[in-house]
Design a protein around this ligand. Structure first.
Ligand code: NAG
Length: 392
């Protein structure tokens, strides 16, 4: 067929034009919907209205948050939506109420639920947690507070280049989600701030956490029941309580944790490095197929630890043993310094020993000397250079 060249060019231009128009996202700026970047005017309604429009759009949508500080009370970004490509592009800072009584016991500040295909890119979330931490430290009765950012029952979520500052409770929670990618996340909170886990994942599959730096008062990353196919790579932790699988086995009926890879991590001055922790009481939970690879410990109190006798205040578990079965856990290329003499501790369940624990090329020292390893009810092998000498 011999079309004139010019009509071919025209047809190509037309189709480029049509597809560009269809693919051009709708953009909703929170400022044009009434948000004020002054850090004190309540911008909650403007954000809700931007979300409502973005969610109702049949085309991809961008919610744009420019520079400045935007004060928000609790916001629930709820789906399902009419499109599955919503980007919230944040240049500025979202600010929680500095009076912790405003969020009180709500448990959550910014919530995404039942959404599919949401990206949050850039920005700072300031949880204003210091007042609540001080209240908790004073021994007065205080509200429990609110996690900064939570995704619940959602799929295909991306979080990138986001900073979470001074959360009241957990910084970022992933609950009941599938396919979540976080990259370039920064978590910043004081080393003594209570219950401020950096990223908590539970009941979720295919979650990836890459290139992130977490310093906080509780676990840098905590991995709860029902987590499968989790990949963590290139994460720096400290201050904090390390990366923890658990606590598991709080409940009698519990979904297990499986196929978790945690590679290329550094821990600086943390309470733990790589930890698996379960309650010392009956449960059908489990943790299996766990790979810890390439970790550097710098002055870490418990670099490698499995603790199956967790029983805070000795309530609800004395005299019982953990039902959580821990198996196929590999530690590969873990080195650095321990802040205590026992650098490797496997304290497994007397009624349910750990099995197929593997140590491969581990070198941990204490005060430039050989550190200790301690095992109870733990079974496994060691290969390559392993110091402290394996007790498996
Ligand atoms: C384990 O999880 C990774 C993602 O973290 C995935 O690519 C892999 O297929 C999973 N393996 C199995 C056996 O499910």
């Amino acid at each position: 067929m011999a079309y004139p060249k010019s009509s071919l060019v025209l047809a190509v231009l037309l189709s480029v034009f049509i597809s560009t128009v269809l693919a051009t996202p709708m953009t909703y700026s929170v400022v044009s919907l009434g948000a004020k970047a002054d850090g004190k005017t309540d911008s909650t309604r403007a954000f809700v209205s931007a979300w409502t429009k973005a969610c109702a759009s049949v085309k991809p949508a961008i919610i744009y948050v420019p520079a400045g500080r935007f004060y928000l009370r609790q916001v629930v970004f709820s789906g399902p939506c009419k499109n599955n490509a919503i980007i919230m592009r944040i240049v500025g800072t979202l600010v929680a109420p500095s009076d912790y009584r405003v969020l009180g016991n709500t448990g959550k500040w910014l919530v995404f639920e039942h959404v599919d295909g949401v990206t949050i890119s850039g920005g700072v979330l300031d949880g204003h947690g210091t007042g609540l931490w001080a209240c908790k430290a004073s021994g007065n009765s205080c509200p429990s507070g609110a996690s900064t950012l939570q995704f619940s029952n959602s799929n295909n979520i991306v979080v990138r280049a986001l900073t979470s500052l001074n959360s009241q409770l957990f910084h970022i929670v992933v609950n009941g989600c599938h396919n979540v990618k976080m990259q370039g996340v920064r978590v910043i909170a004081a080393g003594n701030s209570p219950n401020t886990d950096g990223i908590h994942v539970q009941l979720s599959s295919s979650v990836t956490i890459l290139d992130s730096k977490i310093g906080t008062g509780d676990d840098c990353i905590s991995i709860g029941p029902g987590t499968t196919n989790l990949w963590i790579e290139n994460v720096a932790c400290g201050p904090g309580h390390g990366i923890s699988i658990g606590s598991l086995g709080k409940d009698l009926q519990e979904t297990g944790v499986k196929n978790v890879t945690i590679k290329t991590t550094t821990f600086t001055g943390t309470q733990n490095g790589l930890r698996i922790k379960s309650w010392g009481r009956p449960s059908n939970g489990f943790a299996r197929n766990i790979l810890f690879q390439h970790a550097v410990m710098m002055n870490v109190q418990n670099p490698i630890v499995i603790d199956q006798n967790y029983c805070p205040s000795n309530k609800g578990c004395p005299g019982q043993f953990s039902g959580v079965k821990i198996s196929d856990v590999t530690y590969q290329d873990i080195h650095g310094t321990s802040a205590t003499e026992v650098a490797v501790k496997f304290d497994c369940s007397p009624g349910n020993p750990c099995s197929r624990i593997r140590l491969e090329n581990v070198k941990l020292t204490y005060k430039n000397q050989v550190a200790q390893a301690s095992c109870s009810h733990a079974d496994g092998t060691s290969t390559g250079f392993v110091q402290p000498t394996s007790c498996l």
